[in-house]
Design a protein around this ligand. Structure first.
Ligand code: G3D
Ligand code: MG
Length: 200
């Protein structure tokens, strides 16, 4: 529990990236601590919440897990607009997914939201024998573009909590001190968006 006087932060977080890169699996690992070998494809987008308590703040994440298919592409801005953090995921066994991740990064950069905490995530690190995107390549791209970078495995849980903790820490640092209980978010706008939500 947060100590009295701590910051309470509500933060919208969006996951972007090709279908099959493991976005839903990363969220389920973070929110439920589980991994499913057979993970159903996300339709449209799915909504999850998770609370992380740091010493200095409590962060409530509103997580939008997007589908990744081209046919949902035009919906993406609805999910990343107003986001405090964006997690762009690729699969280390797919060069195409890395190229797609770069496109998402460029699109986010065009939004000119300097406060957006953007993370590049190289998922499926457990599949080292099938690796096609070297760690250094992802890391270098992230560095050049001012992104945080993590290699993760939703399957083994490698770096998954670390990824969300790092985001939480950045958000806590960036957020001005304010009395606990005060919301940073306009809930009435969110309510409309939830109509698109499928599962939690
Ligand atoms: P998406 O939400 O980005 O579309 P999913 O991706 O989370 O649906 O995952 C796509 C497939 O990759 C799923 O397998 C899932 O189990 C697998 N996967 C996700 N993360 C990892 C990981 O870190 N390591 C490994 N080895 N597999 C992972 P299926 O078989 O259902 O397609
Ligand atoms: Mg999914």
């Amino acid at each position: 529990m947060a100590k009295t006087g701590n910051k309470n932060i509500q933060a919208k977080l969006v996951l972007l990236g090709d279908m099959g890169t493991g976005k839903t699996s990363l969220v389920l690992r973070f929110v439920k601590g589980q991994f499913y070998d057979y993970q159903e494809s996300t339709i449209g987008a799915a909504f999850f919440t998770q609370v992380l308590s740091l010493n200095e703040a409590t962060i409530k994440f509103d997580i939008w897990d997007t589908a990744g298919q081209e046919r949902y592409y035009s919906l993406a801005p609805m999910y990343y607009r107003g986001a405090a953090a964006a997690v762009v995921v690729y699969d280390i066994t797919s060069m195409d997914s890395f190229e797609r991740a770069k496109k998402w990064v460029q699109e986010l950069q065009r939004q000119e939201n300097p406060n957006l905490v953007t993370v590049l995530v190289a998922n499926k690190a457990d599949l080292a024998t099938k690796r096609l995107v070297e760690n250094e390549v992802g890391e270098q791209y992230a560095k050049e573009n001012g992104l945080l970078f993590f290699e993760t495995s939703a399957k083994t849980a490698q770096n998954v909590n670390e990824l969300f903790y790092e985001i939480a820490k950045r958000l806590a640092k960036a957020s001005p001190s304010r009395p606990a209980g005060m919301k940073l978010h306009n809930r009435s706008q969110e309510a409309g968006r939830r109509a698109f939500c499928c599962s939690s």
